[in-house]
Design a protein around this ligand. Structure first.
Ligand code: COA
Length: 347
């Protein structure tokens, strides 16, 4: 039997403050109707001043570890040790150092290796691939993989488009070493990038390019910016192509696929991906109506919501696919394991 990384815990965390479309419409030139019909989003959660990405990452990580304990039938006080912590984020607490070491420290995980992966909305899939590779190579037995972002902290307050789309959050999974034929085993990956599209999803100021020029950033360059229409088209194409490549590699006919958990960017993107793959819309998990696009947190939060809603169940053949800045994309697949996601702290 070949060694594999097996999903065995799932957790999520959202900040307490909810912003409805009507609240956005009170500040910006937009309407609830426009946002719902063009994106499918009804509300999003945002951090309060002083709240940072690591705060959400720590909550999601703790809950994923609790979920793994429950799945293993271990008592609450059981050891939650992992060998590595990978945090996918494009809104780290600071540009330097990475956010993961402080998350590992705050979770009491000891001196384990901990590092960030930056692939914007594909970050979670890239981080999964990284951690799974470490497990398969024998570098780790158990990994905590967290996708966490607080895009509300980098948006232009006057930009009706990005403020309608993005929300803050964190989602996390625990991977353990296991066998390839177990439920939860990550069965393969398809990953890719196209740096020719780097300007389509970007924050121009703040990095070494602008700093080394010695010039003040141009007005607005300190905010996140995207080319919505081009991103829309690329997201549909790249998630569909990547998913199809992975299905072909695994020998999975699309008729044998039960669910797709795709990056939650826009419900029209999700429906277009379903159409490209020849799937029914109900096979595509949707939770962006209440959280928006939570960037690296999007896929694990959607998985947790889908299990809670009963639309993702043990035995389902599931494909995860993401697309984001870079441009980057990536997919993986698994047979859904029997686990209970934890999204609130136990009373
Ligand atoms: N409220 C009202 N009008 C808005 C608006 C808002 N919140 N946001 C944009 N508009 C306007 C635009 O300014 C544009 O006006 P104009 O025609 O006068 O220039 C009009 O709506 C149509 O814009 P368009 O870009 O054609 O709309 P769209 O149907 O493509 O939807 C997005 C825009 C951004 C919602 C859509 O392109 C999208 O979701 N793109 C992908 C974004 C994404 O997923 N990013 C992250 C990727 S990981």
């Amino acid at each position: 039997m070949s060694r594999a990384a097996v999903l065995c815990g799932l957790g999520g965390a959202l900040p307490g403050t909810v912003v409805s479309n009507d609240e956005l419409a009170a500040q910006l030139d937009t309407t609830d109707r426009w946002i719902r019909t063009r994106t499918g989003i009804g509300s999003r959660h945002v951090v309060e001043p002083g709240e940072a990405t690591s705060d959400l990452a720590v909550d999601a990580g703790r809950r994923a570890l609790e979920s793994a304990r429950r799945a293993a039938g271990a008592p609450a006080a059981a050891d939650a040790a992992v060998d590595v912590v990978v945090v996918a984020t494009s809104t780290p607490d600071r540009l330097c150092p990475a956010t993961a070491p402080s998350v590992a420290h705050r979770l009491g995980l000891g001196h384990v290796p901990a590092f960030d992966v930056a692939a914007v909305c594909t970050g979670f899939v890239y981080a999964l691939a990284t951690a799974a590779s470490m497990i398969v190579a024998g570098l780790a037995e158990r990994a905590l993989v967290i996708g966490a972002d607080t895009f509300s902290t980098i948006l232009d307050p006057a930009d009706r488009t990005t403020r309608a789309i993005f929300g803050d959050g964190a989602g996390a999974v625990v991977l353990r070493a296991g066998e390839h034929d177990e439920p939860g085993a990550l069965l393969g990956f398809d990953l890719g990038s196209d740096g020719g599209g780097a300007d389509l999803i970007t924050m121009r100021a703040g990095g070494s390019r602008q700093r080394s020029s010695g010039e003040e950033p141009a007005e607005g360059d300190q905010y996140f910016a995207m080319e919505g229409r081009q991103v829309f088209t690329a997201a549909v194409l790249k998630m569909s192509e990547s998913s199809q490549r992975l299905l072909d590699r695994l020998g999975w006919d699309r008729h044998r696929l039960d669910r797709v958990v795709a990056h939650q960017a826009n419900v029209r993107i999700l429906h277009a991906v379903a159409e490209q793959l020849g799937l029914e819309e109900k096979q595509i998990v949707v939770n962006l109506d209440r959280v928006g696009n939570t960037v690296a947190a999007s896929i694990p939060l959607a998985m947790a919501d889908a299990v809670a809603a009963g639309s993702l169940a043990p035995g389902h053949r599931v494909l995860l696919t993401g697309f984001g800045g870079g441009l980057t994309w990536g997919s993986t697949a698994l047979v859904w394991p029997d686990l209970e996601p934890v999204t609130d702290d136990p009373a």
